[in-house]
Each structure stands twice: as structure tokens, then as C-alpha cells.
Ligand binder design. Structure first.
Ligand SMILES: CC(C)=CCC/C(C)=C/CC/C(C)=C/CC/C(C)=C/COC[C@H](O)COP(=O)(O)O
Ligand code: GRG
Ligand code: MG
Length: 281
């Protein structure tokens, strides 16, 4: 059981699911629909578990396709370490995808389409896209940002629009971090002949691109407050997130420490999530 919890990267699943629930609450605050009581609770729980299961499935299928590269980069992962067999990991992932997509379609057709599309992107990313320069990074950026869209989609098209800014911020920040992670993984990716951005254009240029994208996210971060989507408490806490983003950028540009930069990006993303919660209360 513990190996399967490690395989789905439990922490990322919870983080992604919380982000989607934040999307539900922000869309609710903006649209003020008459959606309360049992229906609201059912939809919020469904959003949480759809994103939890689909993210977990994505992590599992990622490790399934990555088992050779992870034997170099991350030998303690469940598959290379032998805790979970390859075919068991595959069928576990597919089962989670199916459960997540079926629940998503019980909400409405938009949430169903998003969950199905994201599931296909996660499989395509793990099989092919992650070895392609930049498109792999951007797809993870989209997937992460889409958690907010998915939460808003509970209220239909208008909910999607309400969460567009948060979608863009999360996509930018995650794309930036994914490039940093590719700089960190460059040795294993070279062995695997993956054509990631650092391998394609070099570490220095990749670091500058990651920093530029991250910088756009930082300067755009006041927008949810300026556009009255989130309250003043958002501004105070996202300022803390921005400080961590800035330090993460200096780590990769000036100190060339991709591992530290990636960790600082993740901390910044955590604070950013907290700022969304604080701003929507
Ligand atoms: C400037 C600003 C306000 C940015 C927003 C940042 C934000 C809220 C990002 C979204 C956070 C989120 C929804 C995270 C979900 C789970 C997650 C960490 C997704 C991206 O990670 C994929 C990564 O490849 C996992 O690798 P690792 O963390 O090393 O296991
Ligand atoms: C909104 C719905 C229904 C689903 C969203 C699904 C989400 C949130 C995806 C977010 C991104 C994510 C957690 C993707 C999982 C796949 C993954 C682990 C990508 C990174 O893999 P690698 O590039 O191999 O890096 P690692 O070294 O961490 O394995
Ligand atoms: Mg991987």
C-alpha cells in the first residue's frame, strides 16, 4: 500500500485537488449561483477526488514510462526499486484514470471533457511529450493550471472564465519550474537521449527562459486583486510567494543550483495556493 501511495506522489495529488477545490470556491464567490447544500458538497468532493485520482494516475503512468530513466535519476522510486511491478503500475494508473473521468462526467460535460483530455495529455506526456523540448514543460504547466479551470467548470463556461487568470498564473509558474527540473535531470535525460530544452539549447539559455517565464508570473501576480477576483489578504500572502519565486530564479540564474531552485519554486507554489484560499475567504 505504501508503495502505491509513493507511486501516485500523494503530496502532489492533494495539492492539485486542493487547487481545484479553491477553483470551486472562487467561482462560487464570483458567480454567486444558487448552488448550495447537498449539491454543493457533492460537487466539491467530486472535484477533489477527480483531480486526486487523475493526478495520481498521471504520476503512476509517468513512472511506468520512466522506469529506465528513473533507475539513473531516482532509483528509490517504487518501480525501479522493485516495490511495484511494471504491469501492476500500468493497470493501477488506467483504473485511476477511468474512475476520475467517470466521476467528472457526472458533474457536467465540461468537467468530463477536461478530465478526459487531461488524462490523454498525461499519458501522451509520459510516453512521448516529456522528451520534446519545451512542449513537455508547457503541457505540465497547462495541466497544473487546469486544476483551477476544472474547479470553475463546475459552474459551466462562466466558471471557466472566472478562473482564467489563476489558470494563466499557475501555468506560467509551473512551466518555469518544469524547465528548472529538466536542468536538474539533464544527466539522466542525456542517457535516455531525451531532447529536453536544456539538452536542445543548453543549460544557460534554458535557465534564462525559465526565469523570464517565472518573472512574467511574478509581475502578473497582483492581477487577481486588481481585477477584484480575490481580496486584500491574497496580496499579502502572494507577496511572500513572489519572494520565494524571486529567490528560486536567482538560484538557477546566478548559483546554477537547479535542485534548490526547484524546491523553492514548489514552496512558492504552496504559498501561492494559500494566498488563493486567503483571498477567496
Ligand atoms: C505567481 C503565482 C501566483 C503562481 C501560482 C502558482 C500555483 C498556485 C501553482 C499551482 C500549484 C498546483 C496546482 C500544484 C499541483 C501539483 C503539482 C506540484 C503540479 C506540478 O508538478 C508537476 C511536477 O513535475 C511534479 O514534480 P515533483 O514536484 O518534483 O514531484
Ligand atoms: C484537472 C484534472 C482533471 C487533472 C489535472 C492533473 C494535474 C494537476 C496534473 C499536474 C501536473 C502533474 C502532477 C503531472 C503528473 C505527471 C508528472 C509527474 C510529470 C513530471 O514528470 P517528469 O517530467 O518525469 O518529472 P519527474 O522527475 O518528477 O518524474
Ligand atoms: Mg518522471
Amino acid at each position: 500500500m505504501r508503495a502505491y501511495i509513493q507511486l501516485i506522489r500523494y503530496g502532489n495529488c492533494v495539492m492539485a485537488a486542493v487547487a481545484a477545490v479553491i477553483g470551486v470556491f472562487i467561482a462560487f464567490n464570483i458567480l454567486n449561483p444558487a448552488l448550495l447544500g447537498y449539491s454543493f458538497v457533492y460537487r466539491t468532493l467530486s472535484v477533489f477526488f477527480v483531480v486526486f485520482f487523475v493526478t495520481g494516475a498521471g504520476n503512476a503512468i509517468n513512472d511506468y514510462f520512466d522506469y529506465e530513466i528513473d533507475a539513473v535519476n531516482k532509483p528509490s522510486r517504487p518501480i525501479p526499486s522493485g516495490k511495484i511491478g511494471l504491469s501492476k503500475a500500468f493497470y493501477f494508473s488506467i483504473t485511476l484514470f477511468i474512475i476520475g473521468v467517470v466521476i467528472a462526467f457526472t458533474l457536467n460535460w465540461i468537467t468530463g471533457i477536461i478530465a478526459l483530455f487531461n488524462s490523454l495529455v498525461l499519458i501522451y506526456y509520459a510516453k512521448t511529450l516529456k522528451r520534446k523540448a519545451f512542449s513537455g514543460n508547457l503541457s505540465i504547466g497547462y495541466l497544473t493550471g487546469s486544476t483551477f479551470l476544472f474547479g470553475g467548470a463546475v459552474y459551466g463556461i462562466s466558471g471557466l472564465y472566472a478562473l482564467m487568470i489563476l489558470f494563466i498564473l499557475a501555468t506560467l509558474a509551473t512551466t518555469s519550474r518544469e524547465i528548472v527540473k529538466d536542468i536538474e535531470d539533464i544527466k539522466g535525460d542525456e542517457k535516455e537521449k531525451a531532447n529536453t530544452l536544456p539538452i536542445h539549447i543548453g543549460v544557460k539559455k534554458s535557465a534564462y527562459i525559465a526565469s523570464f517565464i517565472g518573472f512574467i508570473a511574478i509581475v502578473s501576480s497582483p492581477l487577481p486583486y486588481i481585477l477584484s477576483l480575490l481580496g486584500i489578504n491574497y496580496l499579502y500572502i502572494v507577496a511572500l510567494a513572489d519572494i520565494f519565486f524571486i529567490v528560486a530564479i536567482t538560484e538557477i540564474v546566478f548559483y546554477k543550483n537547479a535542485s534548490m531552485s526547484s524546491k523553492l519554486f514548489k514552496i512558492a507554489m504552496m504559498f501561492a495556493l494559500i494566498s488563493f484560499i486567503a483571498g477567496s475567504l
